[in-house]
Write a protein that binds this ligand. Structure first.
Ligand SMILES: [Zn+2]
Length: 206
């Protein structure tokens, strides 16, 4: 495959980018005289060197000193009795920006497509269970499932509920975000007030 085709194919795999747009990106880089391609190369190298996945919550964070735990998980002021589970890092960022939630997070890394027979391929469910077990020892009382209000989001929440119910010998409550999030709403785009209402209106699943 020639280099133009190859890079177009890579850009084409990005979310929301079609083949035409992907090709435009490549020609943009070829035509650019400001050094964007070089910056991109450096930036990509830094992503690998200076960004890590938090050992506890699974989110990506920039770290100079090769720390293993992110600032949220390392903050002793955060409430350890609630764990809020989101699909992606930017959902966590949206909730964090709303300033409503003071507990712990977990990023499962995606959502499960409808009718999937291999749910574990799409989300970090084993890691989630390990983190729930770890926090149970520290007084975890509630797991909040904050998935998008989409069919995939609901499918994912149903699966998580099923696997979390196995831990119910512990005194653990499972809740989902309230209907403040309208159907089809993505957390990423929800405004702080909506997020606040959804967290306040969360509903128990058990
Ligand atoms: Zn963390």
């Amino acid at each position: 495959m020639n280099p133009i085709e190859k890079l177009s194919k890579i850009f084409g795999n990005f979310p929301g980018i079609g083949p035409r747009q992907a090709r435009r990106f490549v020609y943009f880089l070829l035509n650019d005289r400001r050094g964007v391609a070089e910056e991109l190369r450096e930036s990509l190298a830094q992503l690998k060197e200076k960004v890590d996945r938090c050992k506890f919550c699974g989110r990506f964070f920039a770290t100079e000193q090769k720390k293993k735990i992110c600032a949220i998980c390392a903050d002793p002021a955060r409430d350890e009795s609630t764990l809020l589970v989101v699909a992606r890092d930017f959902d966590l960022e949206a909730i964090e920006k709303s300033g409503t939630y003071r507990g712990r997070y977990f990023v499962i890394g995606g959502s499960i497509p409808l009718l999937s027979e291999t749910p574990t391929k799409f989300i970090r469910s084993r890691e989630l269970l390990a983190e729930v077990e770890r926090l149970l020892k520290k007084g975890l009382k509630e797991v909040i499932l904050a998935m998008n209000a989409s069919p995939e989001g609901e499918n994912t929440a149903a699966y998580l509920e099923k696997i979390l119910k196995k831990l119910l010998s512990h005194d653990l409550k499972i809740t989902t975000l309230g209907r403040g999030l309208s159907s089809g709403m993505e957390l990423e785009y929800a405004d702080p007030l909506t997020i606040r209402a959804a967290i306040a209106g969360r509903q128990s699943q058990i």
